[in-house]
Design a protein around this ligand. Structure first.
Ligand SMILES: NC(=O)c1ccc[n+]([C@@H]2O[C@H](COP(=O)([O-])OP(=O)(O)OC[C@H]3O[C@@H](n4cnc5c(N)ncnc54)[C@H](O)[C@@H]3O)[C@@H](O)[C@H]2O)c1
Length: 436
């Protein structure tokens, strides 16, 4: 396949080398003459293990063409990859100038040309960029209509410098966002022999995946370092504790607790975070991330309350009061906090949680809930049917099914679903998922 690649940086050059290895014909475009001169000799302008021999072999085979001139670089290309930089100012403002320049150049080159390549954006861009900026600019410059004359896909790259070739050739997964279903078909041909799961998403979802990954990586490193500082202050070898942490692949190194949903609660997480933060403060350790975790959790609770109150409901029904399903433990339950806030705002509240039985509550659980909700008995109802008079129902526990939720929305009751009830279409009128 003939592929034109804009941007001969780390991503672009690794891509060129690996695609040459797979037998493709490549045109590499970059305005930096020195990079083009290196590539023209079959030399890599970046240091990356494994790139040099692949580039040299591809160049010897006559399948590598490089240029600083974008105008003639697209003729006959099936794919056009954009791998230019998208740097960011210290204040977070992303610079899209290189992407815009390249899209303009591509648009102009396509005007009056018979070539209709699939445009593949690989540069990391904030969600919405491809749809709201790249596509309109391309349409303006080319006079073509995306989705009809040609397609644009966003295809995030996950390679790591230092192991770029290995990562490119053996990706853990292939992610592509499409301007219309099926748009990425030609791109998928490149991955025929690759044994990795493929995820075909909307443009925005694919853009978001890249940030989800990178922010998580940053978060993991910061977490390990802040915990390491606490361990060291206690005279411990943090590496040993981290090994044991990583040995739990059921709860720790796993998809557990990684899905968006309601705030955390319960008797352990909040108190242990507070205790660790205090220990760190006493030892003059600065742990900005760990110190902010509880604050962030508070924000989640406050935002749920605000979202409910925005509908000005006179009556709210709640499914679930304990901090999670199948327990009557209400200590530090976010739902107790939400209930208290709603009552404080004059909302009439009805709560269904069959596991919570006021007469059987005991110890700190009883004390805490009584302090927050003095008339708990009067708030609790014995059946879901008794929530049907509410203006809005907040679903905290996954103890109701889609049929029930749809019956409520069908009857004109707004449902805010924090539990992610399966099989309820997100577009259902009157239904609102917490983050979906
Ligand atoms: N470096 C990584 O490990 C990595 C991994 C995944 C994704 N990404 C993302 O991929 C993109 C590229 O990253 P990189 O590290 O390869 O950047 P880089 O800075 O190494 O390379 C960018 C290249 O684009 C070229 N360029 C600028 N304007 C151009 C134009 N008008 N036409 C053609 N080329 C032009 C520059 O000369 C440079 O060679 C970024 O969005 C980055 O966030 C990077």
């Amino acid at each position: 396949m003939k592929i034109s690649i804009f941007g001969m940086g780390y991503v672009g050059v690794v891509s060129v080398a690996c695609l040459l290895r797979d037998g493709h014909e490549i045109v590499g475009i970059d305005p930096v003459q020195a990079k083009i001169a290196d590539l023209a000799q079959g030399r890599s302008p970046v240091q990356e293990p494994g790139v040099a021999p692949l580039l040299a072999a591809g160049q010897r085979a006559g399948r590598l063409q490089v240029t600083t001139d974008p105008q003639d670089s697209l003729a006959g290309s099936a794919l056009v990859w954009i791998c230019v930089g998208t740097p960011c100012d210290l204040d977070g403002a992303i610079k899209l100038a290189a992407v815009q320049t390249v899209v303009r150049q591509i648009g102009r080159a396509l005007r009056g040309s018979a070539t209709r390549p699939l445009l593949v954006l690989r540069s990391t861009c904030l969600p919405g960029t491809t749809k709201e900026q790249v596509i309109p600019l391309l349409e303006r410059e080319s006079g073509l209509t995306v989705g009809r004359d040609l397609d644009v896909v966003f295809h995030p790259e996950f390679l790591r410098e230092g192991s770029g070739v290995e990562d490119f050739l053996h990706p853990p997964r292939i992610v592509v966002g499409e301007d219309r279903p099926g748009a990425a078909e030609r791109l998928m041909e490149l991955y025929r022999g690759t044994n990795a799961p493929v995820f075909r998403l909307s443009l925005g979802e694919a853009e978001m995946v890249k940030y989800w990954d990178n922010v998580f990586h940053a978060l993991k490193i910061t977490f390990a370092n802040e915990m390491g500082a606490v361990a060291r202050s206690a005279g411990l070898d943090a590496r040993k504790v981290a090994e044991v942490f990583c040995a739990d692949t059921r709860l720790n190194i796993s998809p557990k607790y990684l899905r968006p949903g309601p705030a955390f609660g319960g008797s352990c997480l909040s108190k242990d975070l507070r205790a660790l933060a205090r220990l760190a403060a006493l030892r003059s350790l600065r742990l900005p991330m760990l110190e902010k975790v509880l604050e962030s959790n508070e924000v989640q609770i406050e935002s749920m309350v605000r979202r409910i109150l925005a509908y000005r409901p006179a009556t709210v029904g709640m499914v679930g009061l304990a901090f999670k399903t199948h327990t009557d433990d209400m200590r530090e339950s976010p739902y107790v906090r939400i209930a208290k806030a709603l009552i404080g705002e004059g909302v009439a509240l009805r709560i269904y949680d069959p596991v919570v039985q006021p007469a059987r509550l005991i110890g700190s659980n009883k004390e805490q809930v009584q302090k927050a909700l003095r008339h708990l008995e009067e708030l609790l109802v014995g059946s879901l049917d008794e929530l049907a008079a509410a203006d809005l129902i907040l679903v905290n526990h996954g103890t109701v099914d889609a049929q029930r939720v749809l019956a409520w929305t069908g009857a004109g009751i707004r449902v805010l679903d924090a539990a992610g009830i399966e099989d309820v279409p997100a577009s259902t009128p009157g239904y609102e998922g917490l983050y979906w």
